[in-house]
Design a protein around this ligand. Sequence first.
Ligand code: ZN
Length: 362
Amino acid sequence: MSPRLYLPRASITRTLRGGLAFLALVAGLDLAVLTADAAPQRARPRSEASASPGRVTLGGVSYSDARAAFSRLGYKSAWNAKTLDLTLTSPSGVVVFTADSREATVHGMRLFLGESAVLNKGVLHITTIDMERFLLPMLRPERNAPRPLRVIVIDAGHGGNDSGTRSSDEKLMEKTYTIDVARRLQRLLAGGDWRVVMTRTDDRYIPLPERADIANAAKADLFISIHFNAVANGASVRGTETYVLTPRFQRSTSSAKSSPEDKVEAPGNRHDAWSAVLGYHMHLKLLSKLKTEDRGYKRARFAVLRLVNCPGVLVEAGYLSNAGEARRIADADYRGDIAEALATAVYSYSASLASARAAAAK
Ligand SMILES: [Zn+2]
């Protein structure tokens, strides 16, 4: 069915976002969600306006036609009616969405959507928030790029009385390895055209809001929080997770259903689009360098991500509760690899900023 058939319902509002004019069916979706970007909007000539991606409101939630939206980015689509997979292919990579699943594959990485993809009248849809605030910025960084990176804040998780997670034999503590990786990353980034600020440089306890305060006082352009995970029951659980802040009006990856806090706009939400770009580079680089199990690119409302006034990411590089992974984390060379992956991602993110600025200048 043509996505156009969804259009002439309710009020159709013309709005501007990301430099492209498009039609938005706003029923059920706060318009502020679509327009509240960090950078000022820059109107483009009307001739650059693209066709509507095709919207439908289901259960009060706005959904976008995935095939239509991705075809505008140059992706070819293939629908498998048996597996209910929509495979989208372009020279830059393959994206797969599956009906009734929050899990997607984007350029080789696992990624979790805010809500499951939905098959509506034979057309696969994903939520408009996932599309507009997560996927499209990630795959086609917006033209309204923030300023070049001047201040990068590295946040070594835990410290002092808060030792964080531990290995199953209780011998290895998360706080020891987060500060080690943070120091390595600091050294790797030292040659860049920016200042690097650490939220802690020794083994001390710093409350979460204070970590964000340090970043905000330093006028951070980027916030990287380093952690190692653990589970109480599940010695086989291992791998790497990357988190960015959950957008407003969505539930976090670990939440089974919506909650009142989903409606709260946090300072960090002003930077959803560029956090999406940052998390994408971080997760890809970690997976390719460490060859760890891909636990997914996820979203959560961690305090530090909520409170920072810049794009932010929280990395759970591995599981201390998994014996094999704990052994690797205890190895200095491996921690060097983690820091290297994070540093490479910072440079990739910086390159994305530069190309978005170059595109805007044309
Ligand atoms: Zn932690």
